[in-house]
Design a protein around this ligand. Structure first.
Ligand code: SF4
Length: 381
């Protein structure tokens, strides 16, 4: 079957036999799909395969040999397509560009990523196309029992000098691909904790150094619910006026005993107050709920109290509720603590049932809000 090429301003897709590979404007592989599975390649050269399974999509990271095999097979396909007679000059040049990205060269490209970034441990799925700027590293709290995203680094707010260097490296790495990024995300885990005036001057620096188009859809960040009390409504409004727009809030659960177990600071009511303050200050809100947290022991209370708190939130159109299936962390002591508390993880089918129940209840409770899945296993930047 003759392959079909679809050229867009930023991407080129080559497809044949229901198999498609898409490359960015520089020829680097972005993703590959075939019936039943898809593989995405991140900027750090990680490649994550997703496949349809009995309980929804499953995700796994390809190992080095698998990555090399896929890339070289695609290059071979591109080479033979390129040799066909009726390809125009522009497309042929693009194919040559793709062919130049050997598996070794792509791996070296991934190494560059680690020079400018600490690992981007997690991002909301609708922020994968943003430019992540690590204005801070880590999380100022870093003790939630279910979260091991930033255990590898102390919390640190970058100085102006460090941030200037970080931005220079980002600009060199992304180069012409910067125009394909569609927003700015401030890393890492709770950048809104940065004192207001310092955060304002950081935003000013970003606006001086980065293309203005990146700020058109506003600046986004994660935030916990318990450090927000350090910011007044007036300060939050000021940051909103500077361009901060969407805040992804790790609410996790409305059940206080479960919050205690998870070492999530503050009560659910305090978290509610923080989220209401964000709405009053004009922010778009994305609330993250940890589906299946606390296993069977907490299941009923988790669902009931979470729905009861979220019912009180003044969501507006454009807000999001992310339902994130619980994944046991590796190195926080979660397993030992859960075992000694006698907690059993929810079996897959019960986790799925809790997810579906929450999804349907929240959709009918807040029809103006998008309620969607957020699997941390699919994360790839
Ligand atoms: S869940 Fe949020 S607040 Fe808790 S440790 Fe992780 S990043 Fe920090």
């Amino acid at each position: 079957m003759t392959p079909v090429a679809t050229m867009r301003e930023a991407t080129l897709t080559i497809g044949a036999d229901k198999k498609y590979a898409t490359f960015d404007r520089t020829g680097r592989l972005l993703f590959y799909t075939e019936p039943g599975k898809a593989v995405r390649r991140g900027l750090d050269h990680r490649m994550v395969e997703s496949a349809e399974g009995e309980w929804g999509r499953s995700y796994r990271e390809l190992n080095q040999a698998e990555k090399n095999e896929m890339i070289e097979a695609l290059r071979e396909g591109i080479r033979s397509y390129s040799s066909s007679a009726d390809i125009d000059v522009i497309l042929r040049e693009k194919l040559e560009q793709i062919g130049a990205w050997t598996s070794e060269k792509l791996a070296r490209d991934g190494d560059q990523f680690h020079i400018m970034y600490r690992p981007i441990s997690i991002l909301p799925p609708d922020q994968y196309r943003s430019l992540v700027v690590q204005v801070a590293e880590g999380c100022s709290y870093n003790r939630c029992l279910f979260c091991d995203f930033y255990r590898d680094r102390p919390f640190h707010i970058k100085s102006e000098q460090e941030l200037t260097l970080h931005l220079a490296l980002l600009k060199a790495f992304f180069a012409e691909r910067l125009q394909d990024r569609s927003g700015v995300f401030l890393g890492d885990g709770n950048a809104l904790v940065i004192p207001t005036e310092r955060l304002q001057s950081i935003i000013h620096l970003l606006k001086r150094e980065l293309p203005s188009t990146l700020f058109e859809s506003g600046i986004a960040t994660f935030m916990d619910t318990f450090s927000l009390e350090r910011k007044s409504l007036e300060e939050l409004r000021r940051l909103r006026e500077e361009g901060m727009q969407i805040v992804y809030v790790g609410f996790e659960t409305g059940a206080d005993p479960l919050r205690d177990f998870l070492r999530k600071q503050g009560t659910a009511d305090e978290a509610l107050t923080a989220m209401i303050t964000l709405k009053q200050a004009g922010y778009q809100l994305a609330v993250i709920v940890l589906v299946g947290a606390g296993g069977k022991e907490y299941a009923d209370r988790h669902v009931k109290d979470t729905l009861s708190v979220l019912a009180k939130l003044p969501f507006t159109r454009g807000d999001l509720i992310y339902l994130s299936p619980f994944v046991e962390p590796d190195n926080t002591g979660y397993t030992e603590t859960a075992t000694s508390a006698g907690l059993a993880a929810l079996p897959e089918e019960e986790l799925d049932a809790q997810y579906e129940f929450l999804r349907q209840e929240l959709r009918s409770m807040h029809p103006e809000v998008k309620v969607t899945r957020y699997s941390i296993l699919q994360h790839l930047y």
